[in-house]
Design a protein around this ligand. Structure first.
Ligand code: IPE
Ligand code: IPE
Ligand code: MG
Length: 249
């Protein structure tokens, strides 16, 4: 159960928040530190944001940790990122389990170094019965690659073309069973999707902030959720309020 004392402050609470955790490199550069120090601080911050999500009563959190395009980075940075994530998982999984967090992976596990791959498999297994917060870790994830994966699954299952609907695709993505994100946050001032949740974010509300990921704390998250509460989500239709005005006037 969510900590109810935190909930009433929000006009609307997104059930599913997705975050593009960007800006670790710039955070480090601003302090004349190596990029890895930024990635370590970013991972520390992730723990804080997960705890804040649990407190706020968020049901699903999806975090973009490594994209299919991030393999283009120098080998040292890629292996350092895998190491940091593997260490963090090992260190934090017990506490996350206690908090009722269920860890789920989206993306392709192949290609990952063994300690990280094994760490993810262990974390998924250990936390599989939790349901307070579903944490989807996108590691070696790409939105286009996920659609390729779904098509591969559909073909393997022998589903006939005329039987394919949007539901068929949705049910064959890595995110099957998880509702679409209500709110997608991107830190560090970049305003692009960078191959994140391409299919699922069709009707998400986007929130961009200049804040670099290691500095995106509980208060920043609170601001994003409050902003979300001021949005008018229409999904192509009209809101009940608009309907009322139309008939009154
Ligand atoms: C986000 O920080 C982490 C990953 C993409 C893995 P960056 O490493 O992209 O940081 P900037 O964008 O260079 O500041
Ligand atoms: C997006 O950030 C991927 C992650 C945060 C994991 P990038 O820093 O890789 O994105 P681009 O290259 O600036 O679009
Ligand atoms: Mg970046």
């Amino acid at each position: 159960m969510a900590d109810q004392s935190e909930v009433p402050q929000f006009k609307a609470l997104p059930a599913h928040i997705a975050i593009i955790m960007d800006g670790n490199g710039r955070w480090a550069a601003a302090r004349h530190l190596p990029r890895m120090a930024g990635h370590r601080e970013g991972t520390e911050n992730l723990r804080r944001v997960i705890t804040a999500c649990v407190e706020f009563g968020i049901e699903y959190l999806t975090i973009y940790a490594f994209s299919t395009e991030n393999w283009k980075r120098p080998k040292d940075e890629v292996s350092g990122l895998m190491q940091i994530m593997a260490d963090a998982l090992e260190k934090e999984v017990g506490e996350l389990n206690k908090q009722g967090v269920r860890i789920n992976h989206i993306g392709r596990l192949e290609k990952l170094d063994v300690p990280l791959r094994q760490g993810i498999i262990n974390a998924v297994e250990l936390t599989k019965n939790n349901d307070r917060l579903i944490l989807n870790v996108a590691w070696n994830y790409g939105g286009r690659d996920e659609i390729v994966y779904a098509v591969q699954e559909i073909v393997k299952k022998g589903i006939k073309p005329e039987e394919i609907t949007e539901v068929t695709i949705t049910e064959n993505l890595f995110t099957r069973g998880i509702p679409d994100p209500d709110l997608v946050i991107r830190t560090s001032g970049e305003q692009r999707i960078s191959n994140f949740l391409t299919w699922q974010s069709a009707y998400s509300e986007w929130y961009f902030t200049e804040t670099l990921w290691p500095d995106f704390d509980k208060e920043e998250l609170r601001k994003a959720i409050i902003d979300f509460g001021s949005r008018n989500r229409r999904f192509g239709g009209r809101t009940a309020e608009e309907e009322k005005k139309q008939y009154a006037g």
